[in-house]
Write a protein that binds this ligand. Structure first.
Ligand SMILES: Nc1ncnc2c1ncn2[C@@H]1O[C@H](COP(=O)(O)OP(=O)(O)OP(=O)(O)O)[C@@H](O)[C@H]1O
Length: 286
């Protein structure tokens, strides 16, 4: 078994097996603390001293109990939230404002209901000044890549949830971002469609090698997809409490990989840490 978990305290010294140590990481959060001002003027510290790197081309999944700050970290990497303390670097450069290298895929659909699938995919290029004919031709190519070549003229309400997710992926990937930020993108889908989308994502990722930061509450999905799985503690002041390198063979089929002995060993090891945090989170709610 080559995969191994490390506690964050070990990583701080740079010895963590699961940590990507690069000055030029696609995403590097250094001691990031994120606090929100509440309506009654109190401050809520969601995340404290989070240090997390995603190397160029690396697939990192963040898992943690509900409300621990997973989306908050993603929003920091997107430049939508500025940490109260700590640094954010994108390919080595300090992030100031929105992250121009990132494409963002949310749980909710972000398609324009009044535009056809092809227009939804083409719009990012059109806004950036690409002539419409070229944008449409490239959008058709991306629809074919995600298996929807014949659905170009359908409006979002004429597509299934999984098909809308495919259009959403094409909409993000056509702009060729170097970093993909994904916030439970397959959350609303049924179990089978989720797995099909996971395999599609892995195919696209291995062909285009983006850095991926993928938020999910589903540990199995995280292990099946990622190069590294990062576990966050229950909030408030959530910390990163574990970082595992997932050295399961690639290319992976996420149906098949879940049946392997190494997958189960990893799952048991990581779940032991995650479970404790999930119980803490529920204890706080109760
Ligand atoms: N704008 C805000 N103002 C105040 N508190 C906020 C704000 N945004 C998020 N929070 C709080 O910060 C914490 C982290 O929220 P976040 O959405 O990052 O959690 P999460 O891990 O993504 O949750 P889930 O798994 O349920 O989607 C939560 O307790 C949330 O209530």
């Amino acid at each position: 078994m080559s995969a191994r978990g490390v506690e964050w305290s070990q990583q701080a010294g740079g010895r963590g097996e699961g940590v990507t140590q690069t000055d030029n990481a696609a995403v590097a959060l250094q001691d990031a603390t994120v606090a929100f001002r509440l309506a009654d003027a109190r401050t809520y510290t969601a995340v404290e001293n989070a240090t997390l790197t995603v190397a160029d081309g690396e697939f990192v999944a963040i898992v943690g109990p509900t409300g621990c700050g997973k989306s908050t970290l993603l929003n920091v990497a997107a430049g939508l939230l500025r940490p109260a303390a700590g640094a954010v670097r994108i390919f080595g450069a300090p992030l100031d404002g929105l992250n121009p290298q990132a494409g963002y895929l949310f749980q909710a659909d972000a398609l324009f209901p009044w535009k056809t699938a092809i227009d939804n995919v083409a719009i990012g290029l059109e806004i950036a000044g690409t002539p419409r004919s070229e944008a449409l031709s490239r959008a058709q190519g991306w629809l074919e890549t995600v298996g929807l070549g014949a659905f170009a003229q359908r409006y979002p309400h004429m597509l299934s949830g999984g098909q809308r997710k495919r259009v959403g992926l094409a909409q993000v990937l056509i702009r060729d971002p170097k970093i993909l930020l994904m916030d439970e993108p397959f959350g609303p889908l049924d179990a089978q469609t989720r797995q099909i989308m996971g395999n599609l994502l892995l195919q696209l990722w291995s062909a285009h090698k983006k850095a991926v930061l993928f938020v999910t509450h589903d540990l199995e999905e995280a292990i099946a997809l990622a190069d590294r799985v990062v576990i966050m503690s229950a909030g408030p002041s959530s910390r990163i409490v574990g970082d595992w390198r997932i050295e399961l063979p690639r290319p992976r089929d996420i149906f098949e990989i879940r049946l392997t002995h190494d997958f189960h060993t990893l799952h048991r090891e990581i779940w032991a840490v995650l479970r404790e945090q999930v119980m803490k989170a529920y204890g706080q709610v109760a």
